[in-house]
Design a protein around this ligand. Structure first.
Ligand code: M6R
Length: 359
């Protein structure tokens, strides 16, 4: 199954463009339009608020999903950690709709919430890679991720697949509601473009080994910073790095640095900045300057049209709603090459299981 790869994580990272294409084709009907089961759409149209419930990387994908659902479908959306929701249930709206995001479909923390929302008889949708999994069987509806088996403990292709499926869902609901943002957004062609651009980015892996040697060899900690969607991807990049490199790593909203975190910056502290947002790039750049002037070793990961001389990793241009599909790739590669440099088991990091079936 591994073919020419040494480990599943790299295989799965490189499968992502193909997964995007698979999702587009699986959700396209004979008339050439993307479509979602009518019953799911009616149930969503009848709801007044979406609650996304997930853990870990799936929760990070949910943060991007919130943006897609609010922008394209104009449905207020909250994203909750399963392990928190179960014990600190928020005040719910009148007509909630629950989306369970889970690669495995077996995560106990999420299942515990689903059991509860089923008792309350609220409609639910599981978006999962494993049809027939517990979360899929117990929810009202299921949408498959079509990512193919994900073996490496560090989740990669499930994250981008979750974003892609959520974007199709948001766009179909938005069109049903005649929301302008959805009507002018051709989700299938934007996803296909993203797949193409992901391919381009993934062929350029030459610099990562040097980059991680330079930035992460002599350190115990590292930071990812960004704003908006870049902040959400920073959280995911940090999780991936800590999970397989064992470095202490945090994702921060870059505007928050000056409210405390900047005290941690010392000579050579590694800071990776994600800069893809049209409305936030100047602010994040200025945050990057602030940490640089305090001695940080920095790496700027920047969308093509915002790039400046000296930026380290340039992301080929995609639709602004899809920048996370691009910016997450360098963070996955940074984690992978760091784990490799440290001689860690890339696919099976210590203390972790692929699927967390206990609370
Ligand atoms: O199978 P799930 O998507 O429900 O799993 C959720 C988390 O356990 C999972 O994403 C975990 O955080 C990954 N190992 C991160 O790479």
């Amino acid at each position: 199954e591994l073919g020419s790869y040494d480990c599943y994580m790299m295989k799965e990272i490189e499968e992502q463009p193909a997964v995007m294409r698979k999702i587009v084709s699986a959700y396209t009907t004979e008339n050439g339009q993307v479509a979602i089961d009518e019953r799911i759409i009616s149930s969503l149209l009848a709801s007044d608020r979406i609650y996304i419930i997930a853990c870990g990387t799936s929760w990070h994908a949910g943060l991007i999903g919130k943006n897609l659902l609010e922008k394209l479908a104009e449905i207020p959306t909250e994203v909750h950690l399963s392990s928190e929701f179960g014990y600190h249930t928020p005040l719910l709206s009148e007509k909630p709709f629950f989306i369970y995001l889970s690669q495995s479909g077996e995560t106990a923390d999420s299942r515990q919430v689903l059991v509860q929302t089923n008792k309350w008889a609220y409609p639910s949708l599981t978006i999962t890679n494993v049809l027939g999994s517990t979360l899929s069987r117990e929810a009202s509806f299921t949408l498959p991720l079509y990512a193919g088996p994900e073996i490496a403990v560090a989740s990669t292709k499930a994250y981008t697949a979750q974003i892609a499926v959520l974007s199709i869902l948001a766009s179909v609901v938005g069109r049903a509601k005649k929301i302008m943002a959805a009507e002018t957004f051709d989700v299938a062609s934007e996803l296909s473009l993203a797949a193409h651009q992901m391919d381009t980015l993934l062929t350029k892996q030459g610099k990562y080994q040097d980059l991680v040697e330079k930035m992460l060899k002599q350190t115990r900690n590292a930071f990812f910073i960004g704003r908006g969607a870049d902040y959400s991807v920073s959280l995911e990049g940090a999780l991936k790095l800590k999970e397989i490199s064992y470095l202490q790593c945090e994702g921060f909203a870059s505007g928050e640095l000056k409210h405390g975190t900047i005290a941690l910056i010392e000579e050579r502290t590694p800071v990776f900045a994600l800069i893809t947002g049209q409305s936030t790039h100047l602010q994040t750049r200025s945050n990057l300057k602030e940490v640089e002037s305090r001695g940080a070793a920095t790496c700027a990961i920047v969308m093509e049209d915002l790039a400046q001389e000296g930026d380290d990793i340039i992301l080929p241009k995609v639709h602004e709603l899809f920048t996370p599909l691009m910016s997450v790739l360098p963070t996955q590669l940074i984690a992978y090459y760091t784990a490799l440099m440290k001689g860690n088991n890339v696919d099976k990091p210590r203390n972790l299981a692929k699927s967390v079936t206990v609370e």
